[in-house]
Design a binder for this molecule. Structure first.
Ligand SMILES: [Zn+2]
Length: 360
C-alpha cells in the first residue's frame, strides 16, 4: 500500500467514525439534537444509552426516546410528527418537529401573537342520536351524558372566573360536527374546547388517563391517522396551529398535575370539529370509561368538578402566556364601541354582565 492509498483509507475511516450531523430520513431533514441543544444553551446526555436522551438546562428538561414519536417537554408528553433517530450515538431529530412542536412550546413568545381571551366555546361531544362511546354492565353509560355534565360544570367555573361562555349544546340534542366550530366562529370565540371521554376495545381495560388533541401541522400525519388518508394540506385551524399546540399543552399539563392521572400525551388530529375552527381549538379526551377505576371517577360529580377546575387552570395558564402586555394595549379612550356578537336562539350565549376581572 502506497502512502496515498494509506492516507485515503485513514481519512475514510475517520469520516465513517464521525456520526452524521444531519440526514434525510422519513422524507424529512433531520438535524443533530446535541447541536441544536448546544446552540440553545442546553446540554444533552443519555438517560439510557442508545435509547433515551435528556436535553436540559436549569429551566428546561426534554426527554426523547430513540425510534419513538414520544417526547417529554417539561414533564408533559407531546407526540412528535416524526420519530427521533440514533445515528451511531448521535441523536437526530426532524427539523419539522423542532419548528412545529419543541420550539413553540419552549419559546411561545417568539411564535405567538398576544390576544386577550374573552369568550370561550365549550363543545360537549356527541348528543341525541349520537351517544358517543357506550360502556355497559348493570347500567349503560353513554359518553354524551358525561361530556354535557362536564361542560355545564366547566361553564359555571369559567363564568365565575369572568369569561363569557358559549355551549354548542345545553341538552341531550344532536348537533352536526361542522355546526360546532361554525358556532364558535360566528360568536367570535377566542378558544374552542371539545369535551370527550374515551374507551378501548375489550381486554385493554388497564388503559387510563387524559389526552389532549390539537390540529395536525400541514405536511404531517396525525397521531391517530386511521381514515385520514394522504390529505395533509392546510385547514382553517392551521392558521393558529402553534397557539392550539400551546393551548393543548397547558390543558394536558393542568389535567395531569392536578388530577394525578396517567399522562396520555398531547396529540395531533384533523378531527372535523378542530379543522374549521378559526381560534385556538382543542379536543380533550378526559379519561377512559373502560377503565374500572377511572370510569367511577368520570361518573362522579365531584371528580368532574376537579377536572373542570384543572381545565380552568390550564386556560388561565395559557392566558398568562398569550395575554397582551399592558403597554401593547391601546388606551381604551381610542376604542370605538365594539358591536356585540350576534345571539342565536337555538344555542345558548351566556354573556357575563360584569366586566371580566381577569383581563385588566
Ligand atoms: Zn367522543
Amino acid at each position: 500500500m502506497n502512502f496515498l492509498s494509506a492516507l485515503l483509507m485513514t481519512l475514510s475511516l475517520a469520516f465513517c467514525a464521525v456520526p452524521a450531523r444531519a440526514a434525510f430520513l422519513n422524507g424529512q431533514n433531520y438535524v443533530s439534537l446535541a447541536n441544536w441543544a448546544g446552540a440553545n444553551g442546553l446540554k444533552t446526555f443519555w438517560l439510557q444509552r442508545g435509547d433515551e436522551v435528556a436535553v436540559t438546562n436549569r429551566a428546561t428538561r426534554l426527554i426523547f426516546t430513540v425510534n419513538s414519536h414520544d417526547a417529554e417537554i417539561n414533564g408533559v408528553h407531546v407526540g412528535l410528527s416524526f420519530p427521533v433517530a440514533n445515528d451511531h450515538g448521535n441523536v437526530l431529530i426532524a427539523q419539522f418537529d423542532l419548528d412545529n412542536a419543541v420550539r413553540p412550546l419552549l419559546y411561545p413568545a417568539r411564535y405567538i401573537e398576544p390576544k386577550r381571551i374573552t369568550t370561550i366555546c365549550l363543545d360537549p361531544g356527541h348528543g341525541g342520536k349520537d351517544t358517543g362511546k357506550q360502556v355497559g354492565g348493570f347500567f349503560w353509560h353513554n359518553e354524551k351524558t358525561y361530556t354535557l355534565l362536564l361542560a355545564l360544570e366547566l361553564r359555571e367555573q369559567l363564568r365565575r372566573a369572568g369569561f363569557n361562555v358559549i355551549l354548542t349544546r345545553t341538552k341531550d340534542a344532536y348537533v352536526d360536527l361542522p355546526e360546532r366550530p361554525a358556532l364558535a366562529n360566528k360568536f367570535g370565540a377566542d378558544l374552542f374546547v371539545s369535551l370527550h371521554f374515551n374507551a378501548t376495545q375489550t381486554g385493554k381495560n388497564e388503559v387510563s388517563g387524559p389526552q389532549t388533541y390539537c390540529i395536525t401541522p400541514v405536511g404531517a400525519s396525525s397521531t391517530d391517522a386511521q381514515g385520514e388518508g394522504a390529505d395533509h394540506s392546510a385547514t382553517t385551524a392551521n392558521r393558529v396551529e402553534k397557539k392550539s399546540l400551546l393551548f393543548a399543552y397547558q390543558i394536558q399539563k393542568a389535567l395531569v398535575q392536578n388530577l394525578g392521572v396517567n399522562d396520555r400525551s398531547v396529540r395531533r388530529a384533523r378531527f372535523a370539529v378542530l379543522c374549521d375552527a378559526q381560534m385556538p381549538a382543542i379536543l380533550i379526551e378526559g379519561g377512559y370509561m373502560t377503565n374500572p377505576t377511572e370510569s367511577k371517577k368520570i361518573y362522579d360529580a365531584n371528580y368532574r368538578k376537579q377536572m373542570a377546575s384543572a381545565i380552568l387552570k390550564g386556560i388561565l395558564n395559557y392566558q398568562k402566556l398569550t395575554a397582551p402586555t399592558p403597554s401593547a394595549t391601546p388606551p381604551a379612550t381610542n376604542h370605538l364601541p365594539v358591536k356585540p356578537p350576534p345571539t342565536a336562539s337555538h344555542f345558548e350565549s351566556t354573556s357575563v354582565p360584569r366586566t371580566p376581572a381577569l383581563h385588566k
